[in-house]
Design a protein around this ligand. Sequence first.
Ligand code: DX5
Ligand code: ZN
Length: 227
Amino acid sequence: MKRKSRARIPEGRPLIAPSLLSCDFSRIAEEVRAVEEAGADLLHVDVMDGHFVPNITIGPLIVEAIKRHARTPLDVHLMITDPDRYLAGFAKAGADILTVHWEACPHLHRSVQAIHDLGLPAGVSLNPATPVWLLKDILADIELVLVMSVNPGFGGQRFIPQALEKISELRAMADEIGCTDLRIEVDGGVTKDNAAQLVAAGADMLVSGSAVFTSGDYAGYIAALRG
Ligand code: DX5
Ligand code: ZN
């Protein structure tokens, strides 16, 4: 396995990554600028194919357009079947982190290696019903785990509380095998009311879509998430 590449993940904990899924897409450049000025550390970009998840969102062309306006790294969450086919395309479009789903990768080690070969940090995401222990033999090779706290596909869903336990379990497993710099990202139903609990459980990257973009005060909300 090629050496891990952490370069594009900002330092600091917790990192706040607003999910652009809930922004006003007709004004995406302005929205990118606004959340960045409000303190976003990264921009979370949700890619959905209508196959792995029941919704279709954006492809490399839009990622490339976002990249032209972004100053912070693009955290690209691939909710797609057979992601290996598209990794190079998203890397070329400007992704700074590529996350694939455990459930979509029969040869996960190869997918992680392909992301590293593109020079990017690799993330693996778990759906709510997928147990943490399945990552044991890949954990040392990846930079981040994205714990889904809703079923992927849509913004604005209610947080599934078992995610908290999964985050603690994952942090304990990472510590046990010496992966002290593993990033644990949580995605779905994250609000200012559960952020502190998630961080206490071991999460250090918080994705928040609808809560940030409907807040009416991006800076205030991002500060509240950071705690
Ligand atoms: C859901 C996406 C999330 C979504 C989160 O499939 O992966 O990133 O945008 O949205 P909220 O924060 O509204 O649950
Ligand atoms: Zn996401």
